[in-house]
Ligand binder design. Structure first.
Ligand code: FRU
Length: 493
């Protein structure tokens, strides 16, 4: 049955991909060949390549009947699509409003293992169980474990929101972390939490309890948890549901695997934008940690106003750029666009020592849509209160990104010049030091901003259809001194 379902799903995607001509398609971000994607899944470096799996509906550009799509890459920039890896096919994972939900991957004794949540429904409520699949052909085809589900129900006190297993090995044991909600449920005012299980053989799992929880402050359900070790500290990441403007957070601390408790020492936002969710980590061959996330948002988020116009083109969703995670001296984290992206640069334009005032200054660029912009602002010489960037301006609509120097804020306004509800988003900026560096990655349907040496990041899906766009700068209440402004064209395909 699984093989049949995979074949049918693949036929559907291949057929749609043949006719794919969408004008909103990204030029250097990961997308499926066609139809819907959401969370990254099973991020793993295995047998000399990075494997990225992802939540995928291979039949329509809307969420439903979740499968795992699959792609590989040597550098996290150039991707090759592989056959769909997992399809709903069994009583425990086959449902149009469920399917093969998110999870993780690991390699062990030459095989690649996938752990996922099988989601079905009973009496209108989700039924979520944890499952395993295995590949013995180098990570191409996967067999579901005959004893699935390997965890059949949530423990007492935990609601039916019980999903997204992350499995890792520490010393001689396996640990599984599962996102959950206790005392209610995601939509019923529960408390988001993280459960831990332990195993000797990957098949039999012993429940170890709640290792971390929201305590009313971090949402009603923790989706897509991840845990990794970075320079002597454990880092926990998760996507809390119904937590105001917060939707992807990290906590740095100590993980007591024996005592089953996480001690948080520092915490923060991975991204402040409206479209960055379900971040997952790759561990590279040199031990580097690279995060990747879904660049879109859910209907339950306060600012949500649709998934954009790309459904008409038979696709929806892309992944944000891979970011390398760095542990700072104060135990907070920074998130740096990976170095390999520099290989995409061409058509460099540069200006130095600019004095920007009220009048609009045209930002030079070889491509006004797909670009990387690097800007160094001299804060000591700058008298202006705010530096505005008007991006992707087609004469009618534009995005305004403002570095509010006097208030220390980064303000993103995607509704500027257009009637976009909830288009405004802002976050605190540190602006410490004599200069401030801003990096912006613009692709056809997204914009990612890195400030404060990548400690502050903001990602958005944007849909600016008209190709005749320009980018300008201006300052408010004084002069902004720009030491260097460099723009590269960025295109991968
Ligand atoms: C997060 C999420 C996961 C779930 C998946 C279903 O975006 O809701 O919790 O496994 O999406 O597609």
């Amino acid at each position: 049955m699984h093989k049949e379902r995979l074949w049918k799903a693949q036929q559907s995607v291949d057929e749609a991909a043949k006719h794919m001509t969408g004008i909103h398609r990204q030029r250097y971000h990961f997308m499926a060949p066609a139809y819907w994607i959401n969370d990254p899944n099973g991020c793993v470096f295995f047998d000399g390549a990075y494997h990225l799996f992802y939540q995928h509906n291979p039949y329509a550009p809307v969420w439903g009947s979740m499968h795992w799509g699959h792609a590989i890459s040597k550098n996290l920039v150039d991707w090759k699509h592989l056959p769909i890896a997992l399809a709903p096919s069994e009583p425990y994972d086959d449902h149009p409003e469920g399917g093969v939900f998110s999870g993780s991957a690991l390699s062990h004794q030459g095989a690649l293992y996938l752990f996922y949540t099988g989601c079905t429904k009973a009496d209108g409520l989700p039924v979520q169980v944890q499952c395993m699949a295995k590949s013995v052909d180098g990570g191409i085809t996967f067999e579901k474990h005959p004893e699935n589900p390997i965890i059949r129900q949530p423990p007492p006190g935990i609601s039916s929101d019980f999903r997204d297993p992350k499995v890792l090995r520490v010393k001689d044991k396996w640990y599984m972390l599962i996102g959950a909600s206790r005392g209610g449920g995601a939509q019923q005012g529960g408390d988001g939490c993280l459960l831990m299980y332990r195993s000797e053989d990957l098949e039999h799992w012993e429940e170890r309890g709640v290792v971390a929880s929201s305590n009313g402050a971090y949402g009603t359900m923790w989706e897509c948890p991840d845990l990794f070790y970075l320079d002597g500290k454990w880092v926990l990441t998760f996507s809390p549901m119904l937590c105001g403007n917060r939707k992807v957070v990290y906590q740095v601390g100590e993980m007591d695997f024996e005592g089953a408790v996480f001690h948080c020492e520092a915490q923060g936002e991975i991204d402040w934008g409206q479209d960055y969710y379900a971040a997952q980590s790759f561990q590279g061959p040199e031990g580097q940690i690279v995060l990747i996330a879904w660049q879109n948002s859910w209907d339950w988020m306060p600012w949500w106003h649709g998934h954009g116009p790309t459904a008409a083109e038979n696709w929806r969703g892309s992944m944000a750029l891979p970011r390398e995670v760095v542990l700072e001296a104060d135990h907070t984290l920074s998130f740096h666009p990976i170095k390999e992206l520099e290989g995409l640069r061409s058509g460099r334009r540069e200006e130095k020592n600019l004095s920007i005032e009220q009048e609009r200054h045209l930002i030079p660029c070889a491509n006004s849509v797909c670009f990387e912009l690097y800007m160094e602002i001299d804060l000591e010489q700058t008298t202006a209160d705010i530096l505005h960037l008007f991006l992707r301006d087609d004469g009618e609509q534009r995005i305004r990104l403002s570095v509010d120097i006097s208030q220390r804020l980064l303000v993103f306004d995607r509704g500027f010049g257009a009637d976009v509800p909830h288009g405004l988003c802002s976050c605190p900026l540190e602006l410490e030091g004599a200069t401030a560096i801003l990096r912006i990655f613009s692709d056809v349907s997204s914009l990612e901003v890195f400030a404060d040496d990548s400690r502050t990041t903001m990602s958005h899906a944007i849909y600016a259809a008209r190709p005749d766009q320009c980018n300008t700068l201006c300052a408010e209440n004084g002069t902004a001194h720009i030491l260097r402004l460099t723009v590269w064209e960025l295109i991968a395909c």
